[in-house]
Design a protein around this ligand. Structure first.
Ligand code: NDP
Ligand code: 2IT
Length: 451
């Protein structure tokens, strides 16, 4: 007879905390998912028999390595790089690479854990992984970034492959960095295949990949609103961040007739009461993607733009909020203020930007809340489509891809509703996203037995 272990949620969380000391972000991500998953596991002996919860919270493996490179002055620099291969039950490991001074094992494990459930939720065959380095690209010249990317890939390349592990971008890693890393991978292996996504269009990238996370997040918001009898057009929106996700979130919101009154970077935020115009957004894209400047510069460039140094956007009254910068950028006080100011709904463009207390405050305040693993899954979904195009040696049109993205976000919302709708009241998207993501991964793990 198999032994079927039972444990309470508290016992499970204490065990995870003891096994992962000094990793608050990872524990936070596991906590969020564990509550609904534990409820389901309690009713399914097969998940307990095969220890699916414990196995899901333990990465398949983590590789870490020294990244040694030379700065423009000739000084030798040493960074640390990682790849967390979390779970490949439903497909090759898939997930971005982050370059930021705060990157550590806890951050990458939280991201890889989220990614596993997110990728499952897309409906595409992708497992979960995440990588990165504690390298700070701010203020680095293009050649320094290139040398760092090359050194990073020289260490990473034995661990990745188009059918084993397919990295992409994340904070600090955009098309430029993907180009440098892909170039180095190609040089070392003498192969040209879809080992990275987010590539440039000239060398195997997919149309709509750059736009996908931000656009998808807005599509998810549209679904949340429509499902609860509301619409998006005409709404006042607060967006944080000014990077890839934020830029295309703002672009789609403007296209759909919403008024976006804020964007930000790590120094502060801009308030644009009349709404960011397409011309202003084009300039911000140039500022961030080419000149690599600071959001503060917008105030000198345009009248009607006020810059608030050292502050976050969440004081500004809005009906819809899109945190698109980084983890834990929106706390309990921010959430309470948003709710008090009439905010109707929040969709996480970033991964885990809302602290747990903020999510609780949204729930208490009746604010609809779309967690990142559902709301920002459009990016990795189009990465999955980039993998398909690469392996078939073809490329689809922007129209085809946008239609596919729309369909995928629709499917993600429907799966959240299927698992998250109660008898009454608003849909619990946290519950829905975690359960829908979990079930597919868990069933695949069961199929393999004890591995
Ligand atoms: P970018 O590097 O393009 O932009 C990041 C933005 O967030 C910048 O404006 C940056 O400001 C700001 N930011 C970063 N760290 C902090 C911080 N500690 N405090 C305040 N602001 C900060 O990254 P992306 O737009 O790609 O990623 C943003 C978020 O979206 C991340 O959580 C990422 O994991 C998530 N995501 C990204 C996807 C993608 O496809 N790129 C897909 C799904 C989720 P500054 O320039 O000052 O550092
Ligand atoms: O968090 C994420 O989903 C990403 N950074 C995108 C991952 C990917 O493989 O496209």
């Amino acid at each position: 007879m198999p032994v079927i272990a039972s444990f309470t949620l508290e016992e499970f969380l204490m065990e995870i905390a003891a096994r992962n000391p000094g990793q608050p972000e990872f524990l936070q991500a596991v906590h969020e998912a564990a509550k609904p998953i534990h409820e389901l596991v309690a009713t399914e002996p097969k998940y307990r028999e095969y220890e699916i919860m414990r196995r899901l919270a333990e990465p398949d493996r983590i590789v870490s390595f020294r990244v040694c490179w030379e700065d423009d002055t000739g000084r030798v620099r040493v960074n640390r790089g990682w790849r967390v291969q979390m779970n490949n039950a439903i497909g090759p490991y898939k997930g971005g690479i982050r370059f930021h001074r705060n990157v550590n094992e806890s951050v990458l494990k939280f991201l890889a854990f989220e990614q596993t459930l997110k990728n499952s939720l897309t409906g595409l065959p992708m497992g979960g992984g995440k990588g990165g380095a504690d390298f700070d690209p701010h203020g680095r010249s293009e050649r320094e970034v290139m040398r760092f990317c090359q050194a990073f890939m020289t260490e990473l390349y034995p661990h990745i492959g188009e059918d084993t592990d397919v990295p992409a971008g994340d904070i600090g890693v955009g098309e430029r960095e993907i180009g440098f890393m892909f170039g180095q991978w190609k040089r070392i292996t003498r192969r040209h295949t879809g080992v990275l996504t987010g590539k440039g269009l000239e060398y195997g990238g997919s149309r709509i990949r750059a736009e996908a996370t931000g656009y998808g997040c807005v599509f998810f918001m549209q679904h949340m609103l429509a499902h609860h009898g509301r619409e998006l057009a005409g709404r006042t929106c607060a967006v944080s961040g000014a990077g890839n996700v934020a830029q295309y979130c703002v672009e789609k919101l403007i296209q759909l007739g919403a008024r976006v009154v804020t964007m930000s970077d790590s120094d502060g935020f801009i308030h644009v009461p009349a709404g960011i115009t397409p011309e202003q957004l084009a300039w911000i894209k140039m500022l961030k993607n080419e000149r690599r400047g600071r959001i503060a510069e917008c105030a000198a460039q345009f009248s009607g733009v006020v810059y608030a140094a050292g502050r976050r956007a969440w004081d500004v009254p809005c009906e819809l909020a899109f945190p698109c910068a980084t983890q834990n950028e929106l706390g309990a006080g921010d959430a309470a203020r948003l709710a008090a100011n009439g905010c109707l709904a929040v969709a996480e463009g970033a991964n885990m930007p809302c602290a747990p207390e903020a999510v609780a405050a949204f729930r208490a305040g009746g604010v609809l809340f779309g967690p990142g693993k559902a709301a920002n899954a459009g990016g990795v979904a189009v990465s999955g489509l980039e993998m398909s195009q690469n392996s078939a040696h073809l490329s689809w049109s922007g129209e085809e891809l946008q239609e596919l993205l729309v369909g995928i976000m629709h499917g993600i919302h429907a799966r959240c509703v299927e698992y998250g709708a109660g008898k009454e009241g608003p849909v619990d998207y946290v519950r829905g996203a975690n359960l829908a993501g979990f079930v597919k991964v868990a069933e695949a793990m069961l199929a393999y037995g004890v591995v």
